[in-house]
Design a protein around this ligand. Structure first.
Ligand SMILES: C[S@@+](CC[C@H](N)C(=O)[O-])C[C@H]1O[C@@H](n2cnc3c(N)ncnc32)[C@H](O)[C@@H]1O
Length: 244
């Protein structure tokens, strides 16, 4: 399975050979594939999306990999059992309260000497039309089920969240700049708006759909923003009191 360049770049300075790894938020398993080519002992790919779990099981046939269909706030693994954790493009789909719970749970499962690599999109500027489309998407999901679809965390915000659980900073680097927001990808975000507002009163739904469609037309495709990779380490000996 092809491994995206961003993932190879983010994992290049991590020690993975013979270690137990966990991909937090498996999606289609790109980071699992990246970890597997670096010769780990095992990779657990965790997702709470049944379709993603199935897809990763089908795409990755490797005895060292296991897909766990589970919530990252309650990972079915023992304390101190994982050496390397990746969260590639996870946190942008995670609202803040859930991000806090996930940070606590990743800290529970990591072993002393473990490492965490968080790759995600840096926030776009307020005036950026792509950001406006995401704001419309968030308005739709907030109205439909009371949660934002997307939250773009600055690298420093996640660094501080994990520092509160005893994680130390290794490095932050840019792994993609600019980000290519293709017409298909932006259209997919407008489709999310359509799906989310389907059961809302037309007076609420129609303005959101027409604004999303207008933005997609106006933007076309766009290259803007960046993706960062934040690498952290965990020394359990310093940290046991702040777990949980
Ligand atoms: C954008 S995808 C991640 C892409 C993937 N890491 C890759 O490299 O291909 C986000 C994934 O995180 C999962 N996810 C989001 N919140 C989660 C949670 N609370 N527990 C488990 N998985 C979660 C989603 O179901 C999805 O599989």
């Amino acid at each position: 399975m092809a491994v995206p360049k961003t993932i190879r770049r983010a994992l290049a300075d991590r020690s993975i050979v013979g270690r137990v790894c966990l991909e937090a938020g498996a999606g289609v398993g790109n980071a699992t594939a990246g970890l597997l080519e670096a010769d780990p002992a095992a990779v657990y790919a965790v997702t709470n999306d049944a379709d993603h779990a199935l897809e990763v099981r089908e795409r990755i046939e490797d005895d060292r990999a296991a897909v766990l269909y589970a919530d990252l706030r309650s990972i079915p693994l023992p304390d101190d059992s994982v050496d390397v954790i990746t969260a590639h493009a996870l946190f942008n789909v995670v609202p803040p309260a859930t991000a806090a719970a996930i940070a606590a749970e990743l800290t529970r499962v990591v072993a002393s000497g473990g490492t965490l690599v968080i790759d995600d999109y840096a926030p776009l500027s307020d005036a950026e039309p792509v950001r406006e489309l995401f704001a419309v998407e968030n308005a739709a999901t907030e109205l439909a089920d009371g949660r934002p679809a997307l939250t773009f965390y600055p690298a420093d915000a996640l660094r501080r969240l994990f520092a509160g659980h005893g994680w130390g900073h290794d490095r932050t680097e840019t792994i993609l700049e600019p980000v290519p927001w293709t017409a298909d990808l932006l259209e997919a975000h407008a489709d999310v708006v359509r799906e989310q507002v389907a059961d809302l009163p037309p007076a609420l739904a129609a303005p959101l759909v027409s604004r999303a469609d207008r933005l997609v037309d106006e933007i076309g495709s766009r290259e803007v923003g960046s993706m960062y990779s934040l690498a952290l380490h965990y020394d359990g000996a310093l940290e046991s009191s702040s777990r949980g």
